[in-house]
Design a protein around this ligand. Structure first.
Ligand code: NAP
Length: 262
C-alpha cells in the first residue's frame, strides 16, 4: 500500500534506547540507512549492532543535540555516511522531575536546552542538505504532557514539549517551499526500559488510566513516525499526532469506571 522507504537516509536522535531505539529499528526494517545518535558511543553501537545483525544499515554517532557544533557534526556524519539526509527524527529528550519552588534555573535551562533548543539545532543542522535536495521529512517527538495535559514536577518538561509544537508550526510554513514537512508524534505513556525500574504496581496504575488498558509500545510511536516520513504523507505538515490509546479522552475517573464491561 505504501511506497517503499528503501535506501532513505534517516537521522534518529536519542536512538540508544526507548522510543528513539524503536524508531531506529523500525526505519531500518523499512530499508532505511539509519544514523543512531546519542551521547554515549557504546549504547549507540549496541543499537547499530542490532540493526546490522538483522540485515539493516546503520552507523553510530555521538552528539549532544543541545550543542550547535555537535548537531552540525551529526548532520555532516549522515551526509558523509549516506550521501544526504532524507528524514530527521528529532527525538532526544530528557524528563527529570522537579516541582515549582524546588526547580532551579539550571533545571529549567537543561530541559529546555535539550528538548526544545535541541530540536532547533538538529533541524537547523539538517536544513542545508534537505534544501539542496529540495525535499525532506522532519518528525519531532513531542508528548501529550504540555500540549494537552500536565503532570506535577514537569512544568519545564511540559513547556518544552508544547514549545516544540510552536516551533513546528512556523518551521512547517518556512520550509514548505523546499517540500520539507515538519510534523510531531505526541506519545502518551510508552513502555520503555526506564519504566521497568518503576515496578509492576506503578505500570499497572498507569495502564489503568488508559482506555486501551495498556501502555503504548515504542513500535506504536515508530509506526506513526514512519507514516509522517512516507511519500503518502507529502501533503501533511505542521501537525501533531496523538498516540496514546485514548489516554487524554476520559473527562474523569468515572468515565474510565463506566466503560468497564460488567
Ligand atoms: P529515554 O528512554 O530516556 O531515551 C532518551 C534518549 O535520548 C536516549 O537515547 C539518550 O541517550 C538520548 N539523549 C538524551 N539527551 C540527549 C542529548 N542532549 N543529546 C543527544 N541524545 C540525548 O527516553 P524516551 O522515553 O524514549 O523518550 C524519548 C522522547 O520521547 C523524548 O523526547 C520524550 O520527551 C518523549 N516522550 C516519551 C514518553 C514516554 O512515555 N517514554 C512519552 C511522551 C514523550 P544518551 O543518554 O546516550 O544521550
Amino acid at each position: 500500500m505504501f511506497a517503499s522507504l528503501e535506501g532513505r537516509s534517516v537521522i534518529v536522535t536519542g536512538a540508544s534506547k526507548g522510543i528513539g531505539r524503536g524508531i531506529a529499528l523500525r526505519f531500518a526494517r523499512a530499508g532505511c540507512k539509519v544514523l543512531v545518535v546519542s551521547r554515549k558511543l557504546a549504547e549507540a553501537e549496541t543499537v547499530v549492532a542490532e540493526i546490522t545483525a538483522a540485515g539493516g544499515i546503520a552507523q553510530a554517532c555521538v552528539a549532544d543535540v543541545s550543542k550547535q557544533a555537535e548537531a552540525e557534526a551529526m548532520a555532516a556524519a549522515a551526509v558523509a555516511a549516506f550521501g544526504g539526509i532524507d528524514i530527521l527524527c528529532a527525538n532526544a529528550g530528557i524528563f527529570p522531575a522537579a516541582k515549582l519552588g524546588a526547580m532551579t534555573e539550571a533545571d529549567f535551562d537543561l530541559v529546555i536546552g535539550t528538548n526544545l533548543k535541541g530540536n532547533f539545532l538538529s533541524v537547523s543542522a539538517c536544513l542545508p542538505a534537505m534544501k539542496a535536495a529540495g525535499k525532506g521529512r522532519i518528525i519531532l517527538t513531542s508528548s501529550i504532557t504540555g500540549p494537552i495535559t500536565g503532570y506535577p514536577g514537569w512544568s519545564h518538561y511540559g513547556a518544552s514539549k508544547a514549545g516544540q509544537l510552536g516551533f513546528m508550526r512556523t518551521a512547517a510554513i518556512e520550509l514548505a517551499p523546499w517540500h520539507i514537512t515538519v510534523n510531531a508524534v505526541m506519545p502518551g505513556n510508552i513502555f520503555t526500559e526506564g519504566l521497568h525500574d518503576m515496578g509492576p504496581e506503578y505500570i499497572q496504575k498507569m495502564a489503568a488510566s488508559v482506555p486501551m488498558r495498556r501502555l503504548g509500545s515504542v513500535e506504536d510511536i515508530a509506526n506513526a513516525a514512519l507514516f509522517f516520513a512516507s511519500d503518502e504523507a507529502a501533503y501533511i505538515t505542521g501537525q501533531g499526532m496523538v498516540i496514546d490509546g485514548g489516554q487524554i479522552l476520559p473527562e474523569s475517573l468515572a468515565a474510565l469506571e463506566e466503560m468497564d464491561p460488567r
